[in-house]
Design a protein around this ligand. Sequence first.
Ligand code: URA
Ligand code: ZN
Length: 365
Amino acid sequence: MKTSGSPIVDIHTHVYPPSYISLLKARTSIPYVRSFPPSPSLRLVILPAEDTESTSRGRPVGAEYYDINEKIKFMDTHDIDISVISLANPWLDWVPSSEASQAAKDINDEVDAECAKFPGRLFAFATLPLSGGTEVIIAEIERLKTLKYMRGIILGTTGLGKGLDDPELIPIFKALQAANLPIFLHPHYGLPSSVWGERSNDYGHVLPLALGFPLETTIAVTRMILADVFSTVPDLQMILAHSGGTLPFLAGRIESCIEHDAHLQAEGKLGAQRKTVWEILKKNIYLDAVIYGDVGLKAAMQASGEDRIMFGTDHPFFPPLEGEGQRWKSVDTNYEAIKNARGEGSEGARLALGGNAVRVLNLST
Ligand code: URA
Ligand code: ZN
């Protein structure tokens, strides 16, 4: 879906750089990479729900996960001019505290160097050393300013271990605000496996990926809203994966539950200065377009505004189950959703496909 006048930008596209794959190969519990004899091929196991016999233990991990040349090939096949790459989940969440600082420096330097191999085509979201403590994290945020291709950071929903409404995160959010680095918020942990029921092993990865991921994101951001993070750090910018989970759809209900909550009222939290969910969606939040349907995409566009939606693919996840070399259905479904929501060649489509990303993430070269 080429649109003249502005490049196509993929802001949701992952890599596991070779050094990260080496770290995973040395591990035996999630996240890990290993082969399961008799098959010699390597498999990546990152989610608790996929560390079971019934899910064949994770997924095959080929060059598309770690070879940057494969990313460029994928971009060329799918008409993508620029990609903003990010380390895929679960990032460095599991790294021992004493190793976090060095691990983040190594990964961020490596990813920046990969971008430098294709100037103008690749930018990146950096990874934070979350287990290293506040000082180490803020030092890395400062250091990111010296890396040419970094345009934000990718973050999971656990923060320092207690979620994103943790007051201990405020200095980190303030450092990101000051450095003008948006947070690309991405799920990983999903919901407790008990909610999927006794038959969940019969259903592959569908429930955790289709529902667990988006609900995880929705809950994380709603907790931030309830903790008033966006008043304390008013210019914090967040790009939410998967069009904000279910946030655009549920914003009215969340807002209404807040307005009708006697506890919040008694605590004096419902005054005129309160930022509504709708205001936060339009001021602090950008939404990717990785929602695979125009109904969800229209909700996202309406909730945050056409100037806050950004195309993404989630490559290398969701490849075609069979066959190689051809275009990926998961990518074309997201192109199709933009076309159906706004019309091919429309201003809304141009903004979603790349105009917004170029402007917000400063990608013009
Ligand atoms: N599965 C993952 O674990 N991560 C993604 O980003 C997409 C699918
Ligand atoms: Zn993703």
